[in-house]
Design a protein around this ligand. Structure first.
Ligand code: HEM
Length: 230
């Protein structure tokens, strides 16, 4: 096999990995949103859900390790493919601007790396804030069925009472939606599903998923901030 054929194959392999991990992460965020919606039900419902999840023990650690590896593979392949594209077409931005439908797709895909990096930074800060934030030792406790558990609801409520959390969260969720909108159909294209009859349907599904997830996630901080939980 020639060097250029190997190059094409590794690019295809990277795109397939990026697509598969991206679509798996979409499933995770959908499940995460459904769990987070329990915040609207109240402290007992949300904390019971979080507590039950953690009580699964070893299974949770395996799921978290898989999730973390999917995030890493997605980010690394995305940076790799983007750098490859930049090297191959360093001047393509000027060429593609204002050339109609295809160029809009190019500009949209060009912003993927930046919206993706914002979501990656958001996720790290989010984990530090919530997952590794104050817990039982710091007094964030609630008694559930006679057992002392971590009061995650209180942590979420306290965080989202402050603009310093709410404003970046809302902005990040808008960018997250934008990332999903393009990423969803782009993933199907990478997996070879670029039939002209299917593409518009996948694009519409991508828009719906992006809007539902972005709005679903951003109403939570806004709801706490305006005192809906009080
Ligand atoms: C308002 C929106 C959100 C809220 C209220 C929220 C809340 C939480 C909470 C409370 C945890 C800690 C769970 C625990 O320690 O048991 C958590 C974990 C996590 N969140 Fe979010 N989240 C939101 C949005 C997001 C988004 C948009 C993403 C992804 C882009 C995300 C990714 C994660 C990840 C990866 C974890 C760690 C899961 C684990 O390892 O168990 N979250 N979130």
């Amino acid at each position: 096999m020639s060097n250029s054929a190997i190059g094409i194959w590794t690019t295809v392999a990277k795109k397939i990995l990026m697509a598969m991990t991206g679509l798996s992460l979409v499933i995770f965020v959908c499940v995460h949103l459904v769990g987070n919606l329990l915040l609207f039900v109240g402290p007992a419902a949300f904390n019971t859900y979080a507590h039950k999840l953690m009580s699964l023990g070893g299974l949770v650690y395996v799921a978290e390790a898989i999730l973390a590896s999917f995030f890493l593979v997605h980010i690394v392949t995305a940076i790799w493919v983007t750098l490859g594209n930049w090297r191959a077409r360093p001047d393509s931005y000027e060429v593609s601007v204002g050339q109609g439908h295809t160029s809009r797709m190019n500009i949209s895909s060009r912003t993927m790396i930046w919206t993706g990096l914002v979501v990656a930074v958001f996720t790290v800060i989010h984990l530090i804030n919530f997952k590794y934030g104050p817990g039982i030792a710091e007094g964030y406790t609630i008694v559930l069925d006679g057992e002392t558990a971590r009061d995650l609801y209180r942590l979420v409520a306290e965080s989202f009472a402050r603009e310093v959390y709410v404003i970046p969260y809302v902005l990040c969720m808008i960018l997250f939606g934008y990332h999903l909108r393009h990423g969803f159909w782009s993933a199907f294209q990478s997996l070879g599903l670029n039939d002209p009859r299917c593409t518009p349907i996948i694009q519409v599904i991508g828009v719906v998923i992006a809007v539902v997830l972005a709005i679903g996630f951003l109403v939570i901080p806004v709801w706490f901030y305006i005192g809906g939980a009080a």
